[in-house]
Design a protein around this ligand. Structure first.
Ligand code: MLC
Ligand code: AMP
Length: 508
């Protein structure tokens, strides 16, 4: 039977004994990948998961976790990865909204998850970071020759939640065609071949590590070194055997701080790619000076996969995200009127192409609001196209902080802080941070006489918000600056505290 994405992955296998994944524990060939994703697909099917059912997954990074992703694609389930940092309070919403048939969790988190699962009638199985757990035990009893469920181009492959700038998180529905078309485009633009060996140090619950990295490797028949997390020393040790690295800007900032980064250690590397957040032109220049490599910056988002990329051949221009990818149309519009703007004029970035998602899960109104009538998706990013055709991201039309490549919606943090006794109001902003790019910062007005302090706020947020969303600094003020309409002027606050983290780094 035809399975749009997995058929293409199968066709890309150069040889059954070619290495797909190498970890500290061992190697997985493409033959192993087909066998183990098949066994897990069999286990999922035996549990009663049917095509179109959601499978929610909150597990540590491992080769087996990627086999689980592929197993879902093969049995027609909709893969729903969840950040391992999410608290139970955050998970409850995702589970209630997506109504997964099955939740796969780390055994350490199973008790809490089971309580949530029982409310929504979901099954729970486990998978740990070493590839053990109840799901793998079930897979051991299955045969390796699983026959794929039929899935067409437009069928759902995955749902990834992105927080809403206002209100609830939205599940972005990605089809088999969205994922496959983008993987093939990136493979060709970035010249991936079966000879490539990617250093994979990103998390696998977001677009970057899951789709960009993994699907590009799979559709190239290439291999990857799968690291549990970012560790500069480990990455430098692998470079002589690797050819490519994909990372968020923080990876490059931290690699530059390492004295082991030099031309000799990168001699075997052919390509360094950055995305998910703006790469400072300074970082780009410093990396080129130290290694001789111009980092290739690209631009994407959960809803659209990748939209633009700097060229493989030709100038990789620092501070830009390059050209629209083949098949992607990108235009700039006036945010209020929707009028299409000319070259070099700044406005809302709109995109259209086979990469753009199908809509938000069970939110037809929100979906409608973010598409133009002619099918262009409103990214919420502000940018311009220069006379040479390079796309520049100038800012964000959405109130969003990007810290180390993770998105944090200030509204979500503000609502948690506003609820606390003793708080009058607060504003959460992103302030320039030397390591994370932006640091989540809370500016809080407390009630006169209240004994509320930083520790009380931190304690209260502890089991409500994932750690990366929690403010790096909390500042108490008497009032917040407002414009004549009464709206809090976050730009004034960002300006006021612009040296908060950089000054500190200098002081140390
Ligand atoms: C970890 N912490 C962070 C953080 N990551 N805080 C703010 N922002 C982050 N990104 C916190 C932890 O909670 C912990 O806090 C402390 O920092 C150290 O934790 P750690 O686990 O040791 O962190 P570290 O390994 O240093 O992780 C930093 C990082 C990681 C940059 C390597 O965040 C990372 O891998 N980011 C990549 C995110 C990503 O893949 N984004 C792609 C999204 S897809 P405490 O308080 O407990 O000490 C997308 C589309 C596209 O955007 O275009 O690609
Ligand atoms: P996410 O919702 O996590 O997929 O984040 C997508 C957002 O990350 C985009 O809308 C952009 O704001 C931002 N982003 C991704 N890549 C880049 C980049 N190269 N430069 C600047 N911002 C980026």
């Amino acid at each position: 039977m035809s399975n749009h994405l997995f058929d293409a992955i199968r066709r890309s296998i150069a040889a059954d004994d070619a290495v797909f994944i190498e970890t500290a524990e061992g190697r997985w060939t493409y033959g192993d990948m087909v066998e183990w994703s098949g066994r897990i697909a069999g286990a999922i099917d035996t549990l009663g998961v049917r095509p179109g059912d959601r499978v929610a997954v909150q597990v540590e990074k491992s080769a087996e976790a990627l086999m689980l992703y592929l197993a879902c694609i093969r049995c027609g389930a909709v893969y729903l990865p969840l950040n391992t940092a999410y608290t139970l309070a955050e998970l409850d919403y995702f589970i209630s909204d997506a109504e997964p048939r099955l939740i796969v969790t780390d055994p350490k988190a199973a008790d809490g998850i089971k309580t949530i699962a029982s409310k929504y009638g979901a099954l729970v199985e486990t998978l740990d970071e070493r590839g053990g757990g109840s799901l793998v035990e079930l897979a051991n009893d299955e045969t390796p020759d699983f026959v794929e469920a039929a899935r067409m181009a437009d069928d759902l492959a995955a749902i990834l939640y992105t927080s809403g700038t206002t209100g609830r998180s939205k599940g972005a529905m990605l089809t088999h065609a969205n994922l496959l078309s983008n993987a093939l485009t990136l493979r060709d633009c970035w010249r991936f071949t079966p000879d490539d060996r990617l250093i994979h140090a990103l998390p696998i619950f977001h677009t970057h590590g899951l789709f960009v990295a993994t699907n590009v490797i799979l559709t190239s028949g290439a291999s990857m070194f799968l690291l549990p997390k970012f560790d500069p020393a480990q990455i430098l040790a692998l470079m002589p055997r690797a050819t490519t690295l994909m990372g968020v800007p923080t990876f490059y900032v931290r690699l530059l701080q390492h004295e082991g980064l030099n031309r000799q250690v990168v001699a075997n590397m052919r390509l360094f790619i950055s995305g998910s957040a703006p790469l400072l032109a300074d970082t780009h220049r410093a990396f080129q000076e130290r290694t001789g490599h111009a980092i290739l910056e690209r631009y994407g988002m959960t809803e659209t996969n990748m939209n633009t990329s700097n060229p493989y051949d030709g100038e990789r221009m620092a501070g830009t995200v390059g050209f629209p990818l083949p098949g992607v149309t990108l235009r700039i519009s006036e945010p209020e009127t929707g009028e299409i703007l000319e070259q070099d004029e700044t406005g809302m970035i709109e995109v259209k192409g086979p990469n753009v998602f199908k809509g938000y899960w069970r939110m037809p109104e929100k979906t409608k609001a973010e598409f133009r009538d002619d099918g262009f998706f409103l990214t919420g990013d502000l940018g311009k196209i220069d006379p040479q055709g390079y796309v520049h991201i100038i800012g964000r039309g959405k109130d969003l902080v990007i810290s180390g490549g993770y998105n944090i919606y200030p509204k979500e943090v503000e609502s948690e802080i506003d609820q606390l006794p003793g708080v009058v109001e607060c504003a959460v902003i992103g302030v320039t941070h030397p390591d994370f790019g932006e640091g989540v910062t809370a500016i809080v007005v407390k009630q006169p006489g209240s004994s509320l302090d930083e520790r009380a706020i931190r304690d209260a947020l502890g089991d409500r918000l994932a750690r990366y969303k929690q403010p790096k600094q909390i500042i108490f003020v008497d009032d917040l600056p407002r414009n004549t309409m009464g709206k809090v002027q976050k730009n004034v606050l960002r300006e006021r505290y612009c040296n908060l983290y950089t000054a500190r780094a200098g002081d140390d």
